[in-house]
Write a protein that binds this ligand. Structure first.
Ligand SMILES: Nc1ncnc2c1ncn2[C@@H]1O[C@H](COP(=O)(O)OP(=O)(O)OP(=O)(O)O)[C@@H](O)[C@H]1O
Ligand SMILES: [Mg+2]
Length: 420
């Protein structure tokens, strides 16, 4: 097969503070970790049977990679499956690298002729990608163990020399980001937006629940993938982190994430809790309501930051229409929109403790969809706007938001703006 599964680099799973990875610093350390040097990555282990009292157990890189749920692919196999990573198979590009469409046999999982067998998405780490080996391994670790209808399915991986790839189930409708902000696809209806919010909330609730206790840390529109029926699935677990255990209220870690989505207290202190994900959920809910990006440098003043701009309108029934996406053309239930806006406001509370839990967020959103509620909702109202919001393509890849002074400078085109 050619997969270097024999790596015995010990993965440190101690719940130590100030763990750094996937930053400019760990870019360097992840490179060196490709040798036999021990990795300093914190990667806890989970099992289906684990419960809230069970502590993560150490897993070596070899153990993570030998997960029975994952197929190790050779590079040659994935080259065949993607027609040699042909540009016309390209699905997208992120900070990690390029994502290609490929085909594998659904029974044997070997490369299949294009157009036959099962479609997969193959993510190929850029050799110069700053996110590196540690995020790659974190993703294999989490998605190799956590399974849920609202988490994207990892089928396998390839680790061969410098090549690191991940093979996922193919999500035919791509990312939420593409639908909300790119010109081309049909604008998403209100009902689909709520369906996506519910699916994503289910995924996050599952991660936060007592069994898994995982903080996702990179909740954003580009990481919400959509299947043919617009069921949402969370992808990209490279920044995921085990939640606090025992009496601890938070995990201390280097600030990582994407500008505009990361919770203010986390950016300021590096203290990470599940409520940081709740804040990010509030930002995405606002994106769903407004059709605007979390951060848009093409806009002027307060409008550059969606939360700052939208917050004053969220609690006011009569003003809410001012932030609603014009692409909805007024086709949304006023009461439902107000409930969703109020929920977004609660998620965006500057006081992390006052934000609702994801399970409560999910329950509120499900109420919005419940038949008894929808029957009682008023007819959609028509709101006409004279201003059209031009969207400029802007990439917002995750990065260290607050690297220490010693951090190697990240490439500017891959670096999200720092938060001050
Ligand atoms: N499983 C998949 N099925 C279909 N398309 C996918 C899949 N995974 C990724 N893509 C496409 O590839 C694009 C790039 O994904 P990727 O996760 O690498 O980057 P990103 O989320 O845009 O940025 P970041 O690196 O900051 O997470 C996505 O926006 C999506 O369009
Ligand atoms: Mg992504």
């Amino acid at each position: 097969m050619g997969n270097c599964l024999g790596s015995s680099a010990k993965v440190d799973t101690a719940q130590s503070s100030h763990v750094t990875y996937a930053s400019g610093v760990s870019k360097v350390s992840s490179r060196t970790s490709r040798s036999s040097a021990p990795s300093t990555l914190t990667i806890p282990s989970f099992s289906e049977k684990s419960n809230s009292s069970s502590l993560p157990t150490p897993r070596t890189e070899g153990e993570i990679l030998s997960s029975p749920n994952l197929k190790p692919f050779s590079f040659a196999e994935l080259k065949n499956a993607t027609r040699n990573f042909r540009p016309d198979s390209l699905l997208g590009e992120g900070g990690f690298g390029f994502v290609f469409k490929g085909w594998i046999d659904e029974n044997t999982f070997t490369a299949a002729k294009p157009g036959s067998g099962m479609v997969v998405a193959v993510k190929k780490l850029k050799p110069e990608g700053f996110q590196g080996h540690k995020e790659w391994l974190t993703e294999v670790n989490y998605l190799g163990q956590l399974h849920h209808p609202n988490l994207v399915k990892l089928i396998g991986y390839c680790l061969e020399g410098e090549n690191r790839l991940l093979v996922y189930e193919f999500m035919p409708k791509g990312s939420l980001e593409n639908h909300l902000f790119r010109r081309g696809p049909q604008p998403l209806s209100w009902a689909v937006r709520m369906k996506v919010a519910i699916g994503a909330a289910r995924g996050l609730s599952f991660l936060h629940d007592a069994k898994s206790q995982v903080i996702y840390r990179d909740f954003k529109a580009s990481n919400i993938l959509l299947d043919a029926d617009f069921n949402a699935k969370l992808s990209d677990f490279g920044l995921a982190k085990a939640g606090p255990t025992g009496d601890r209220t938070h995990v201390s870690t280097q600030v990582m994430g994407t500008h505009g989505y990361a919770a203010p207290e986390y950016v300021a202190t590096g203290r990470l809790t599940a409520k940081s994900d709740v804040y990010s959920f509030g930002v995405v809910l606002l994106e769903l309501l407004s059709g605007r990006r979390a951060v848009d440098k093409a806009k002027v003043g307060v409008e550059q930051n969606l939360v700052d701009w939208a917050k004053p309108y969220l609690g006011d029934k009569r003003k809410l229409f001012r932030i609603m996406d014009t692409k909805l053309e007024g086709q949304y239930p006023q009461k439902g929109a107000y409930t969703a806006a109020t929920l977004a406001m609660q998620c965006l509370n500057n006081e992390a403790k006052l934000r609702p839990k994801m399970a409560d967020v999910l329950a509120t959103l499900e109420q919005l969809e419940a038949p008894k509620n929808s029957a009682a909702l008023p007819q959609p109202e028509q709101h006409l706007f004279s201003v059209t919001h031009r969207k400029y393509p802007m990439r917002q890849h995750r990065s260290s938001l607050n690297p220490p002074p010693s951090a190697s400078p990240l490439r500017s085109h891959r670096q999200s703006p720092r938060v001050h």
